[in-house]
Design a binder for this molecule. Structure first.
Ligand code: C5P
Length: 218
């Protein structure tokens, strides 16, 4: 048998969307399926790592051999990520809601004719950026960048802003079918430059990413 490249390592992965409540029955969320993040967690486990997967609500099964922490909101995800430290590697693949409703109504908001309720938002914590600049920062930090335009320019800006070693950029403009689909077309940015990967199954993107991370860890 081959030696396992991540044996003895702790890998922390976020995956899926977050959901942000408006009232007891309504929430806002996004189109993330969790497939890419879950595939990364599974690949890390196959590589011999202890894996903590902090996941928003998804409809796909838990990956094998992974500790799953289920959360709903960005604030819960933030707390779960920091509670899971220390880690050698963090791969933040969750589609975290950038904003949440400023107030969560205690009772269901009632419909009043001709009078839709105003919604005010506040910003959520940026989990990746916080971790990337933290004293307990894992040795290797990877972020994703789901873009619909200017993919490389936006991803390059994120590399510095988030304190990440790698940003995996993908174009999620809807005709691409990345959200919910099984394949992904990514560009991997680091201080060394940009690497364009062919369109691959999300499992294969995960395998390659884990190989890259293992190499970087040494
Ligand atoms: O800025 P943007 O949301 O495009 O950045 C995407 C990257 O940042 C992803 O890796 C995502 O998991 C992470 N992120 C985060 N917390 C947020 C927003 C994004 O960890 N509040």
């Amino acid at each position: 048998t081959q030696p396992k490249p991540l044996a003895g390592r702790h890998v922390l992965v976020t995956s899926g969307p977050t959901i942000e409540p408006i009232d007891p029955v309504r929430f806002i969320t996004n189109r993330s399926s969790g497939k890419q993040g879950h595939a990364v967690a599974a690949a890390a486990a196959r590589a011999g790592a202890r894996v903590t997967l902090v996941s928003g609500p998804v409809s796909i099964p838990d990956p094998k051999g992974v500790d799953v922490v289920r959360v709903e909101t960005a604030q819960e995800m933030h707390a779960a990520v920091f509670a899971a430290l220390p880690a050698d590697v963090a791969v933040m693949a969750a589609a975290v809601s950038d904003w949440r409703p400023a107030e969560v109504a205690r009772e269901k908001i009632k419909k009043a004719a001709g009078d839709p309720p105003p919604l005010a938002f506040v910003e959520n914590p940026d989990i990746l950026a916080t971790l990337g600049h933290d004293g307990r920062r894992p040795q290797v930090v990877v972020g994703f960048a789901a873009e619909t335009a200017n993919v490389e320019a936006n991803a390059a800006r994120k590399l510095a802003a988030k304190g990440a070693d790698y940003i995996v950029a993908n174009d999620v403009s809807l005709q691409g079918g990345v959200f919910g689909g099984d394949r992904n077309s990514v560009r991997v940015l680091s201080a060394a430059g940009i690497d364009v990967w062919p369109t691959l199954a999300k499992d294969e993107v995960a395998e390659r990413l884990i190989a890259l991370i293992a190499e970087r860890l040494g």
